[in-house]
Design a protein around this ligand. Structure first.
Ligand SMILES: [Zn+2]
Length: 99
């Protein structure tokens, strides 16, 4: 009589949480995904790398990336923080020590 006949009771599943990789756009439903935080130094570095990669977009609180992209970002963050000396030497070509 009241028109509530087809109310979907019991649909407790959280629909609408289909994460896709922020970088490559692949669905993260069936694979390892990584949320982006800045809880640790390492996470902050990765976060910064990804932020640079997606400029002018911004990382959202709900943003996730797939493991492959996370690995790439992790590698890039390590290179970014550990290898600043390689490009500095090019301004000094006369470092030729002859003994
Ligand atoms: Zn990805």
């Amino acid at each position: 009589m009241l028109g509530f006949g087809s109310k979907p009771i019991g649909l407790g599943r959280l629909l609408g949480h289909h994460y896709i990789c922020l970088l490559c756009g692949h669905s993260l439903d069936a694979q390892v995904s990584h949320a982006l935080h800045k809880n640790t130094i390492r996470e902050s570095r990765i976060y910064n790398v990804i932020q640079e990669w997606i400029i002018p977009c911004n990382i959202q609180a709900t943003s996730h990336i797939c493991h492959k992209c996370w690995m790439a970002a992790n590698r890039a963050s390590v290179q970014m923080t550990s290898g600043p000396s390689t490009s500095l030497g090019q301004d000094n070509p006369q470092i030729v020590e002859s003994h």
